[in-house]
Design a protein around this ligand. Structure first.
Ligand code: GDP
Ligand code: IMO
Ligand code: MG
Length: 429
């Protein structure tokens, strides 16, 4: 299985970054395929904590070629700051290439993100205010500026002039001052100069790696239920975090993907608004948030916490053609006498075993729970499945059974080493 998608199976923050880093030493290439710096991927390695928003978590392995795919939207300022910060933490980083097809995020995108959220009032999405939605809107409207145009001094000034004229009209609609063209051009030309050596056409590079049998990891951002089409619309992000996004966002076809590992927490979290049937608004939810330090990597917001939702996970397994589950944060759930998992929903007098498409229905469902014995003790030292308490193993078995997907990896702590490989054959074959 040399090509593997690492996809978030829930609502993001499942520990995709940790997993990509943990598997990265064996990879030839790590490619991010969607989203922008709305993502926050934490890696703890060699006693240091790294926070990645745009840079693939593979960068810490000097022999790995990291790529920002064409499906992404990239804030140049954020990228340069992130690279500088990462280089300060570790000097020997892998090569980084940016797709010339990726779209650029400008200050007007960030401004419009916040203004549109304000205008939504009580219906706000709870975005990360990184300009992600407005940048993808421009891409769909066919007015966005791509990396290839951004780093071409013969093209960029003219493209910026055209786009800024429209954006300033939009800002005026919100009662805001226009942005100054000369200032913006000067600032962003400096970023373009710094970024130019890293920008290239990458589709054939990824294709060559895939077709020559190299080990390639596709690093997902966000999560399945934040997917623009498959998620809890409108409470979603504006890209395709699902495994299918790995083809669209990098330039390969579906048959070039050998496996998809769905990363999921042993419970559920969500940041921002939108339906979340198993959310716990009580002491248990608060305990998980405090004990699990469930605060966003990007915005610092408290994450909403709840029991594991197996209806959500089964849907995710099918949407992403998951070949294996990666269950993370099993250690955090330790200490409960009993734990619950959601196995179905009640909607009025109906019983559902699938995720309703409408956000209104999904917000109205009541979870049907199965209660299981909990487990005790610190799991962080466990390195083999047999080291885990029997109750935790039974929990994992139920996850595999209910999703029809075997557990490939279990994570019992944030460090690279705190990882149990259950099925090596589901990783690199
Ligand atoms: P990502 O966005 O999917 O990469 O996930 P985040 O980095 O936003 O959030 C996952 C958090 O959990 C990070 O702070 C990780 O360091 C931490 N983490 C990862 N795996 C484990 C685990 O198995 N146990 C615990 N306790 N923390 C973990
Ligand atoms: P990682 O990669 C968790 C959520 C936001 C909001 C919605 C739309 O770290 O898992 P956006 O700024 O994308 O327009 O916001 O999506 N969101 C995330 N939640 N993890 C993420 O990324 C997220 N990226 C976006 O909170 O609800
Ligand atoms: Mg995150």
């Amino acid at each position: 299985m040399p090509t593997l998608v690492i996809v978030g199976a829930q609502w993001g923050d499942e520990a995709k970054g940790k997993l990509v880093d943990a598997l990265g030493s064996e990879a030839h290439m790590v490619v991010r395929y969607s989203g922008g710096n709305n993502a926050g991927h934490t890696v703890i390695a060699g006693g240091k904590e790294f926070k990645f928003h745009l840079v693939p978590a593979g960068i810490l392995h000097p022999n790995v070629h990291s790529i920002l795919g064409g499906g992404m939207v990239i804030c140049p300022k954020g990228l340069l700051e992130e690279l500088a910060r990462t280089r300060e933490q570790q000097s020997d980083l892998g090569k980084l290439t940016i797709s010339s097809a990726a779209h650029v995020v400008f200050p007007y995108h960030r401004l419009l993100d916040s203004l549109e959220e304000e205008a939504r009032g009580a219906n706000k999405i709870g975005t990360t205010s990184r300009g992600i939605g407005p940048a993808y809107t421009d891409k769909v409207a066919r007015t966005g500026i791509r990396m290839g145009e951004f780093v071409d001094p013969e093209v960029f000034p003219q493209r910026l002039a055209e786009v800024l004229e429209v954006k300033n009209k939009m800002l005026a609609m919100f009662g805001r001052e226009p942005l100054n063209y000369d200032e913006l051009l000067a600032e962003y030309t400096a970023y373009a100069d710094a970024i130019r050596p890293m920008v290239a056409d990458i589709e054939h590079v990824v294709q060559d790696a895939v077709y020559s049998g190299e080990k390639v990891l596709f690093e997902g951002a966000q999560g399945t239920f934040l997917d623009l089409d498959s998620g809890t619309y409108p409470y979603v992000t504006s890209s395709h975090p699902t495994a299918g996004g790995a083809t669209l966002g990098t330039g390969i076809g579906p048959r070039a993907i050998d496996g998809a590992l769905g990363v999921c927490k042993a419970y559920t979290t969500r940041v921002g608004s939108g339906p979340f049937p198993t959310e716990l608004l009580d002491d248990v939810g608060e305990w998980i948030r405090q004990h699990g330090k469930e605060y966003g990597t990007t915005t610092g917001r408290g994450r909403r916490c709840g029991w594991l939702d197996l209806v959500v996970l089964r849907h995710s397994a099918r949407l992403n053609s998951l070949s294996g589950l990666v269950v993370t944060r099993l250690d955090i759930l330790s200490g409960f006498e009993e734990v619950k998992v959601c196995t179905g929903y009640k909607l009025g007098d109906q019983v559902l075993h699938h995720v309703p498409q409408s956000a209104k229905d999904f917000a109205a469902v009541e979870p049907i729970y199965q209660t299981l014995p909990g487990w005790q003790g610190d799991l962080r030292g466990c390195r083999r499945l047999e080291d885990l308490p029997i109750e935790a193993r039974n929990y994992l078995d139920l996850m595999a059974e209910m999703t029809g997907t075997p557990v490939a990896i279990v994570s019992v702590g944030p460090d690279r080493e705190e990882t149990i490989i259950v099925r090596r054959d589901l990783i690199w074959g």
